[in-house]
Design a binder for this molecule. Structure first.
Ligand code: NAD
Ligand code: ZN
Length: 247
């Protein structure tokens, strides 16, 4: 299937919604979890990304988070992020719902970004709730491991991301499903579509009558439900679609 077919569908979208996953940031140098070269070929996800393991041993959590943070904090948006922001500005997308925590959609100029899994740009103290920029915590990891809260001294400083075992932010989940229910076009990019409830969002959209476009490097469980499937890199495919619809 072709970018022309995707462009034809998106060109007439009135309430388009994008759902993005780690794949959209791969070309910015941030490794995905699954798929070729994914982080989970190196780490046990439950060990490094669950609230239980964080609470049991914040220093171990931060020893992995430190390396990933170094990459994510210096990453820049790629042409895929820029194209999605342009589609929003042109009125073809009403919002970008993302599973990513890297903040790159916002950096690319997207205005309505719904972060289902929180943001890795901030850190919160679980004892006193003080929030500070991730970059500040990152900067003191060389001398302080695990990092301590500047207000209360607690070692339970956690990035404001949703770890395994934590509830997703209710408002974000509500908004995402509401947008999907009303969507006329659902554009799914760079998501393996195996993490629930995020994967239910496109299902809801299709059930309520939206047309679906899937752009991903590998096949996904929802390809057979899509009107158009494009196997490719989002940083290459999305700018082509944006150009065709004049976004
Ligand atoms: P995933 O890692 O499960 O899947 C990524 C998918 O993207 C794979 O199917 C892969 O084939 C595809 N892909 C890889 N490179 C691509 C490219 N250049 N263009 C298009 N597709 C590409 O990601 P997921 O579905 O988002 O779910 C996993 C979880 O990972 C999410 O909960 C998210 O919070 C978290 N995560 C976020 C980041 C980030 O913020 N950038 C990075 C890694 C993981
Ligand atoms: Zn504190």
């Amino acid at each position: 299937m072709t970018v022309e077919q995707a462009a034809e569908i998106l060109a007439s979208a009135q309430r388009g919604v994008a759902l993005t996953g780690a794949g959209v940031s791969a070309e910015s140098g941030i490794p995905t979890f699954r798929g070729a070269g994914g982080l989970w070929t190196k780490y046990d996800p439950v060990k490094v990304s669950s609230i239980e393991s964080f609470l049991a041993d914040p220093a171990s959590y931060w020893s992995v988070a430190r390396e990933r943070g170094r990459v994510a904090l210096s990453a820049r948006p790629n042409p895929g992020h820029v194209a999605l922001a342009a589609m929003e500005a042109a009125g073809r997308l009403s919002a970008i719902v993302t599973q990513n925590t890297d903040g790159l959609h916002q950096d690319a100029g997207a205005r309505r970004v719904i972060e289902l899994h929180g943001s890795g740009r901030m850190v919160q103290c679980l004892e006193c709730e003080r929030v500070e920029p991730r970059s500040e915590v990152q900067a003191r990891l060389d001398v302080e491991m695990p990092p301590r809260c500047r207000s209360c001294g607690s070692t339970f400083l956690k990035p404001t991301v949703i770890l395994f075992g934590e509830r997703m932010p209710a408002a974000a989940v509500h908004d995402a499903f509401e947008l999907a229910r009303q969507a006329d076009v659902m554009l799914v990019v760079g998501s393996s579509l195996v993490v629930y409830p995020a994967a239910e969002i496109p299902l809801m959209a299709v059930r309520e009558g939206a047309r679906m476009i899937v752009i991903n490097a590998e096949s996904t469980p929802f390809d057979r439900l899509a009107d158009v499937v494009i196997r490719g890199r989002s940083g290459e495919v999305l700018p082509q679609i944006a150009a065709l619809i004049g976004a």
